[in-house]
Write a protein that binds this ligand. Structure first.
Ligand code: ATP
Ligand code: MG
Length: 578
C-alpha cells in the first residue's frame, strides 16, 4: 500500500468541536469525518482499524461457538409492540413510516428479530444450545450524541443472542461469552475489566459491562483495590454510609417546629437548628409512569435514578414539578416529609439505610415547618423498602470491607442473562425431552465496535498522536523513504522492503509522498503506526536503516537485517496480544 494511493487527510489544527482527545485524534489522523452530529464517515485508516477489530471479534465469537447471521436493520413495529419495547424503549427508537403509513423501527438492537427467528426455527430440545451473532449497524435516537464515535446515532455493534433449554445452560452460555469478551478486549490491546451492571430497559437478571478506565468515560465504576468487587455506580452497593443512621429517638410523637426560610438539607444542618444531614430524611417527589410517589432518602444521600427504575419497576421517572408537589403534599419543596398529610394513594418508597431510624427530622408538609423526633416505623407509612442510594467513595466494600473507590470508564461491551423475558413474549418455545413444551432461556451480548475503536485511541495515545496496538493498527509498519525519486537509493531500499514484508504477511504502508522528513514523521506519529522505518541517505551510507517503534527509541539496523528485524518486531508484538 502506498500513502499517495490511499486517503489520509491529516489535520494540523485541533478541530474546535471535538471535546475529548480521542475524538480530536480520530479527526486529526484522518480516520473519520463528521457528516453531522452523531454520524461519521469512516476513511481508509479508520476503516482498516475497524475491520481488524471486527476480525478479532469474529474469530473469538466463532471460537466460542457463535453462528454468524445478518438480520435486517429495518424492523416491523409489531414485534416491538409484542415485546413491549415499542413503549419502554421509545426514547431511543427511530420510528419511521412507509408510503402506506405503516410503522417501522430502525433497529437499536435485535432481541425481537432473533427471538422471532428462534420461535420459528428452534423447536426441539435437540436443536439447543444456539448462539447467533451478527456485526451490523444500529440506530439509536440518543438524546446527546457526543464524543465522536463514543455516543453516535448510528454505530456498529456485534450483538449475540444465546438460546438454551435450562437456566444452567443459559449460565454456561453467559460464561462463554464473558470469557470471549475478556479475550476480545485483550487482543485489541485494551485494558478492559468486567463490572456488575444494571440491566436497564433490556431487562433480565444477571449482567456485566466491560469497562475501559478513562477520565472521559460516561460511566462511573465503584471498585475495591483488591479486585474483589467492581460495579457500575448505577448498581453498586456498599456496607452503608458513615456515620450510621440514628436509631435512638426521644418522645412519643413527632414534634413540629418553625423553620422559616429553611428549605435545604444544608440550611437545616446549620445553626440555629444544627440537625446533621444524616439525621434528616430527604423527601423527593417523583412522577413514576404518571403517578406521584415519595422517595425518602437519608439527608446526606443522593438518589440513584437507575436504582429508582430498577426497584420500582417504573418505565419512566421524572422529578415532579413544584405545582405537582403542592397538589400532592400541600407544601413546597424544602418543607416536605412522609409523616404527615400524605395521601393514601401515594406510594412511599424508603431507602434501606432509613430502616429502624429514630429521632429523625423531616419536613412537616406545611411551608416553614419541620418535624423533630420522627421514627420511620411509627410515623411513616412505607409502601416499599429498597436500596435507592448512590454509593460514595470511601464506604466499605460489601465483599472485602475495604474502602471503595470510584473512577470513570467507557462501557465497550455488555453481557446480559435475559431469562425468558423475550422468549415468553415472542413465543420461543421447544419440545422438551419429556414431551412438555417449555420456554427458551436467553442471553444477549453486545460490543460496540466503533466505540471500542475510539476507546483504544483514548487509552493508547501520547502528545504526538495515536499509539495503536499492533493488532488493530491500520497498518503495522510505515516505510518512510526520505527521498522518493524512483531511482534514489532510499526509494529502492524501501520498495524492496515493501515486497519482502508484504510477502511475509506484514501489513505495510509506504509513505511515498514528496514531503520533508519532518512532515512525514509527524504524520506517521499522528496516525500512529506501531513501527516506522526511516530509510535515508545518511543511514544508508553507513549500510543502515532506522527502526522507530511508535513508543520506543530509534534503533539503527543493517540493511540486510532490516526485513528480519521488522518481521520479528511485528510477530513478537502480535504474539503478546494473542
Ligand atoms: P450506554 O449505556 O452507553 O448508552 P447501552 O448500555 O445502552 O450503552 P447496550 O445496549 O448495552 O448499550 O449496547 C452494547 C454496546 O453498544 C455498548 O456496550 C457500547 O459499546 C455500544 N453502544 C451503545 N450505544 C452506543 C452509541 N450510541 N454509540 C456507540 N456505541 C454504542
Ligand atoms: Mg449497556
Amino acid at each position: 500500500m502506498y500513502w499517495t494511493q490511499t486517503f489520509i487527510p491529516t489535520l494540523k489544527e485541533t478541530p474546535s468541536d471535538a471535546e475529548i482527545v480521542s475524538h480530536q485524534l480520530l479527526l486529526r489522523a484522518g480516520l473519520v469525518r463528521k457528516l453531522t452530529g452523531g454520524l461519521y464517515t469512516f476513511l481508509p485508516m479508520g476503516l482498516r482499524a475497524l475491520r481488524k477489530i471486527e476480525q478479532i471479534i469474529r474469530q473469538e465469537m466463532n471460537r466460542a461457538g457463535g453462528i454468524e447471521v445478518l438480520m435486517p436493520a429495518l424492523q416491523p413495529s409489531e414485534i416491538w409492540k409484542q415485546s413491549g419495547r415499542y413503549e419502554t424503549a421509545a426514547d431511543v427508537l427511530y420510528k419511521i413510516r412507509d408510503r402506506a403509513r405503516k410503522e417501522w423501527v430502525l433497529g437499536p438492537t435485535h432481541e425481537e428479530v432473533i427471538t422471532t427467528l428462534a420461535a420459528n426455527e428452534l423447536n426441539s430440545y435437540r436443536q439447543f444450545p444456539r448462539n447467533f451473532y451478527q456485526i451490523q449497524t444500529k440506530f439509536r435516537d440518543e438524546i446527546r450524541p457526543r464524543f465522536g464515535l463514543m455516543r453516535a446515532k448510528e454505530f456498529i455493534m456485534k450483538d449475540a443472542y444465546s438460546f438454551d433449554t435450562s437456566d444452567e445452560g443459559a449460565m454456561a452460555s453467559y460464561r462463554r461469552m464473558y470469557d470471549a469478551y475478556t479475550r476480545i478486549f485483550f487482543r485489541c490491546g485494551l485494558k478492559a475489566f468486567p463490572v456488575e451492571a444494571d440491566t436497564g430497559v433490556i431487562g433480565g437478571n444477571h449482567s456485566h459491562e466491560f469497562m475501559v478506565p478513562a477520565e472521559t468515560g460516561e460511566n462511573e465504576v465503584v471498585y475495591c483495590e483488591s479486585g474483589g468487587y467492581a460495579a457500575n455506580i448505577e448498581k453498586a452497593t456498599s456496607r452503608g454510609p458513615s456515620p450510621s443512621t440514628p436509631t435512638d429517638g426521644t418522645g412519643d410523637s413527632p414534634e413540629k417546629f418553625p423553620t422559616p426560610g429553611v428549605v435545604s438539607i444544608e440550611a437545616l444542618a446549620a445553626a440555629p437548628h444544627s440537625v446533621p444531614a444524616h439525621a434528616q430524611i430527604k423527601t423527593l417527589v417523583y412522577i413514576l409512569d404518571s403517578k406521584p410517589a415519595l422517595i425518602l432518602m437519608r439527608g446526606d444521600d443522593q438518589l440513584n435514578s437507575a436504582k429508582l427504575l430498577a426497584k420500582t419497576g417504573a418505565i419512566q421517572a421524572r422529578p415532579a414539578t413544584v405545582d405537582e408537589i403542592v397538589a400532592t403534599l400541600g407544601a413546597h419543596p424544602g418543607s416536605l416529609g412522609g409523616a404527615h398529610n400524605v395521601p393514601h394513594d401515594v406510594s412511599v418508597y424508603a431507602d434501606e439505610v432509613l430502616r429502624g431510624a429514630r429521632g429523625m427530622t423531616t419536613g412537616a408538609n406545611v411551608d416553614g415547618f419541620h418535624l423533630h423526633n420522627v421514627e420511620m416505623d411509627r410515623d411513616i407509612r412505607v409502601s416499599h423498602w429498597a436500596d435507592f442510594r448512590m454509593v460514595r467513595a470511601g464506604e466499605q466494600c460489601v465483599e472485602t470491607g475495604e474502602a471503595l473507590k470510584i473512577r470513570r470508564a467507557i462501557e465497550v461491551g455488555h453481557v446480559f442473562k435475559l431469562g425468558t423475558k423475550y422468549s415468553e413474549k415472542l413465543n420461543s418455545t421447544f419440545l422438551a425431552e419429556d414431551g412438555s413444551r417449555q420456554t427458551t432461556v436467553m442471553g444477549c451480548y453486545g460490543i460496540g465496535l466503533t466505540r471500542t475503536l475510539q476507546a483504544v485511541i483514548e487509552q493508547c495515545k501520547d502528545k504526538d498522536g495515536i499509539c495503536w496496538p499492533l493488532s488493530v493498527a491500520p497498518h503495522q509498519v510505515c516505510l518512510t523513504p526520505l527521498n522518493v525519486a524512483p531511482e534514489s537509493q532510499p526509494r529502492q531500499v524501501a520498495e524492496k522492503l515493501l515486497m519482502e514484508l508484504t510477502a511475509a504477511g506484514i501489513d505495510v504502508i509506504l509513505d511515498d509522498r514528496d514531503e520533508r522528513p519532518g512532515v512525514k514523521f509527524k504524520d506517521s506519529e499522528l496516525v500512529g503506526f506501531p513501527l516506522r522505518v526511516n530509510v535515508g541517505e545518511k543511514s544508508l551510507a553507513k549500510g543502515e536503516v532506522e527502526l522507530k517503534p511508535r513508543t520506543g527509541p530509534t534503533q539503527p539496523v543493517k540493511i540486510d537485517d532490516a526485513a528480519a528485524q521488522i518481521i520479528g518486531f511485528v510477530r513478537s508484538g502480535m504474539a503478546a496480544l494473542a
